[in-house]
Design a protein around this ligand. Sequence first.
Ligand code: PEP
Ligand code: MG
Length: 572
Amino acid sequence: MKELQPKVLSGRPAAQGIGIGKIWILADDNKPVHPEKIRNKEVRAHLEKYQNAKKIVTDEYEKIKQLPDDFDLGEIIEAQIQTLNDPEVEKLITKKIEKELSSVEYAIFSTYNDYIQLLEAADAKWANERTIDIVSVRDDLIQATKEKKRIFDVQAGEIVFANDISPTAMVKLSHINIGGIVMEKGGFTSHAVILSQSLGIPCVINAHWDRYNITRGNRAIIDGSTGQVILRPTRRQIDEYEKRREDEIGRFQKALEWSQKPDKTKCGSEFKLRANVEFLEELPKLGSHGATGIGLLRTETILFETDDFEVEDQIDFYNNVVESVNNDSVTIRLFDAGGDKLIEGSEGESNPFLGWRGIRMLLDKQNLLKRQLEAIYRVGGIHPGRIKILIPMISRIEEIRTVKKFCSEVQKSLELSGIAYDKNIPIGIMVEVPSIALMAAEAAKEADFFSLGTNDLTQYTLAVDRGNEKIAHLFDSFHPAVWKLIKMTKDAADDAGIPVAVCGEMAGMPEAAACLLGMGINDLSMNSSSIPRVKAVLCKNNLTDMRFLSEKILMAKELLEVHALLDEWRFY
Ligand code: PEP
Ligand code: MG
């Protein structure tokens, strides 16, 4: 048989690093299942598919139970195993296949949906929690009836090829030391990409691999710096990329030397580089990468692991994080679910990024908000002066006042119960919606600090969905309009005398960091693997040159002009 030749694809570079390994293909996320009739002679095959799927998912859940677990998932998984193997459910599904001639997918879908409807009618917290578990069992089971491989088959070192990866799936993948990620979809600031950067997994997006004949076990090389993906590479190509990988590691090690130097420009002006954090696994490397505390703790990831994140569990989680950064501060962002970070109840929106997201969701789920605030205030009691609260997705001034009202209520109830808490936790807001950047002078009267979320600020200013591959080339945080909004926010913060930081991906690009520092924003938060490179550039240059750069950027009218100005600042 003729051997298939190597094939080189060009995608967009999304997370640095070179991955060389075997290919593993992720099944697509579930789409709604429609009624489908089968023929009598297909009944047996569908019954077998159901039994196989049940076995695959049960084995998977057993595997998850064995994983190191920061979130006490054990009990939930056990309940899911029981739901999966419930004899009543099995009887109904079998009946639907045998008697009603339903396809296995629809038999599973409709049977579990009947249960879900009954529970939803109960309208109680326990019922809500059960619903979430059943939805997840239903979807896992349906996926397992399909031929493609399931997420927990991935082996360490394998390169995951996917159409798209949901944040939930990324959380599962974070437990496996995979060699890289190649996606058809995705935008540079989509959460799958941000997570792969945080976890140091090389990632290429918008690479159209699906049209090529690849199967699990074929080899691939991915280069997260150039966006190249080589399918079925030759031995020579593997040797060449192994050498490149060594060189890249060498360059990073050199940049790492900068990370232990003082946070000062060549002329002695000070700045702070902090880390964006999502997983406990990221904490050990913050010190060696030179982070001064955490400028953005994204907490919504824990909502994907369990919907029932009780106050005590949250306290443990935040406390672990705060204790890991010596005496530095930690900015805890309130749950920012929604958008592409779907949780139960947020599916089905036609424009999720313009929908029930961040503070909008929290103000509807007040118990969730209050529980999170209580946990944060109590951890503040253990570490006074080290925590800040950051509110996501603020688009109106009133929202800030409402959250502050909840903060006062939580403080009052802790006071009454005699529980220690920090009375002086600063409450800041993400400036990531243009309406708030435009109203920054007013917002500065309510907020204790600003943190510019340039990922969302870009998508909302330019009307470019950050996760849509068709318009990924239009997503560019260097657009002059974005720089103008950053400047307006900084000026308003200065007038009001409150601090302003940047925590979007822009802060982690050396050339953008130089310009931000030139504008006077000297508090930058980024995924920790970007810190050494950014620090090298800031330490090697003078503030006057960065000021000059920022003045020119703010006068630029076109994107090309901005890129031309910034290009020479990219190198570290
Ligand atoms: C941002 O929008 O820039 C940001 C930091 O928040 P997230 O990427 O989590 O939406
Ligand atoms: Mg955001």
